[in-house]
Design a protein around this ligand. Structure first.
Ligand code: GLU
Length: 441
């Protein structure tokens, strides 16, 4: 069976690094086996879902290069859910309940007070058809629970957490549908996973207990249970420190100069002890992606690490990938000369200004001034060959006896107005002979 994974965000907000990691890992898992990656918009909650978030999710995935093969929206699938719902009622796996939130809360408190687990007592199962009719006549509408099979222990081998066991008697029958007819997440997700042929469900460990009940839903609907894997949550990714990159949405990260390749390279390995590979191609990361490498301890998302990976990626990015973001006139040679000095692509503009000038050189003492005049004269006479910087500095060394910092620093300062920066060998040809003579003299 073709490996099929899905990313199932609820469009109630923008994607942050935790969601992106889930999306990426599902994508990698599918690509690794030549499988399919699907996008499912979980928008059954009409009040909280927003169209603008759906569009942002699509845009974010496109920017990351994680293209889904198919996109579905739960809000367009209610008829499918209805059919499965009827099937489960006929099989005796759904039952009607009327307890209010306050009543349920009270029941829980009583149980907890007695030192018992707060499991729903199934009292609604005792209602007769006459009771239901009476409630309907009084205008009451039921909510629906899924009847867990208490005799079927729940087990699966989690792709990350290993063997899992749950005793269904220790769990409440989950509510799957509200009194107003709206769906909770649990059952539609199972129905979709069956209908879309999802073979691997990879999601955060906050879903482990959902999986326990969903395993029984798959079986109740006569479908094989997919492979499940639950990832440890990211720490330092969300929360109070709102300036942190990890708390930002994808668009803001992009505006902060983060490259999609960097985000992908870091998130592909975060949670493993493997080194980050600043690969430029996500496909290359798929081959070595392995759920078994992921630990159960929470993984820490670190802004500084993202910044480091971002720089490493930029230092390798070819001109073609950045050309449309560079200043007018800045060509491939300039990019190749400058990229090793960048933390963000936007910084290229600052170095390009150094190339095009004018630059602000410091005041030099008389001796250095004389040396630079000599340099200007030599530059004017220099045959502008492949490596004018090598030729110029060799000639200057010979004639002035200067070497090391005394030779190189004043030249760099006069030519760029800076004490440090890209390799002068690459920079000087970009500055050009006439301009170099002007800056030196
Ligand atoms: N919409 C759910 C969520 O974002 C999907 C969980 C799942 O992957 O099944 O948590």
């Amino acid at each position: 069976m073709t490996v099929t994974t899905r990313f199932a965000p609820s469009p109630t907000g923008t994607l942050h690094v935790g969601n992106i990691r889930t999306a990426l890992h599902n994508w990698l898992l599918a690509k690794k086996s030549g499988g399919r990656f699907l996008l499912r918009i979980d928008d059954t909650d009409a009040a909280r879902s927003r169209e603008e978030h759906v569009e942002a999710i699509r845009a974010d995935l496109a920017w990351l290069g994680l293209h889904p093969e198919r996109e579905e929206r739960q809000s367009a699938r209610f008829a499918i859910y209805e059919a499965a719902f009827e099937k489960l009622i006929a099989a005796g796996r759904l039952y009607r309940c009327y307890e209010t939130a306050q009543e349920l809360d009270l029941k829980r408190k009583v149980l907890l007070g007695r030192g018992l687990p707060p499991i729903y007592d199934r009292s609604a199962l005792k209602l007769t058809e006459a009771d239901h009719a009476a409630r309907a006549a009084a205008g009451e509408r039921p909510h629906w629970r899924f009847l867990l099979d208490h005799d079927a222990p729940i087990e699966w081998v989690d792709g990350i957490r290993g063997p899992q066991h749950f005793d269904p008697r220790q769990m409440s029958d989950p509510v799957v549908r509200r009194a107003d007819g709206s769906w909770l997440y649990m059952l539609p997700s199972v129905i979709d996973d069956i209908e879309m042929g999802v073979t691997d469900v990879l999601r955060g460990e906050d879903h482990v207990s959902n999986t326990a009940t969903q395993v029984q839903m798959f079986t109740a609907l006569g479908a094989p249970v997919p492979r499940f894997a639950h990832e440890a949550l990211l720490t330092g990714a969300e929360g109070k420190l709102s300036k942190r990159l990890g708390s930002l949405g994808v668009r803001e990260m992009r505006e902060n100069g983060i490259e999609s390749e960097a985000l992908i390279a870091l998130l592909a390995r975060l949670g493993t002890s493997d080194p980050v590979d600043p690969a430029l191609d996500a496909e290359a990361l798929a081959a070595s992606f392995d759920l078994a490498r992921f630990g159960r301890a929470p993984a820490r998302f670190d802004d500084a690490e993202l910044a480091r990976v971002n720089a490493a990626v930029i230092h390798r990015l070819p001109f073609a990938r950045v050309a449309d973001r560079l200043p007018e006139g800045m060509g491939e040679a300039a990019w190749d000369a400058i990229r090793a000095n960048l933390n963000t692509v936007a910084e290229a503009a600052e170095w390009w200004r150094v190339v095009t000038g004018p630059v602000d050189a410091p005041e030099f003492d008389a001796e250095t001034r004389a040396f630079l005049d000599q340099a200007a004269g030599l530059t004017a006479a220099l045959e502008w060959v492949e490596d004018p910087w090598g030729a110029l500095t060799a000639a200057l060394k010979e004639t002035t006896g200067r070497k090391g910092k005394a030779l190189f620093l004043p030249l760099r300062q006069a030519l760029t107005g800076m004490d440090h920066g890209p390799d002068m060998k690459a920079l000087l040809p970009l500055i050009g002979r006439d301009e170099a003579v002007k800056r030196l003299g």
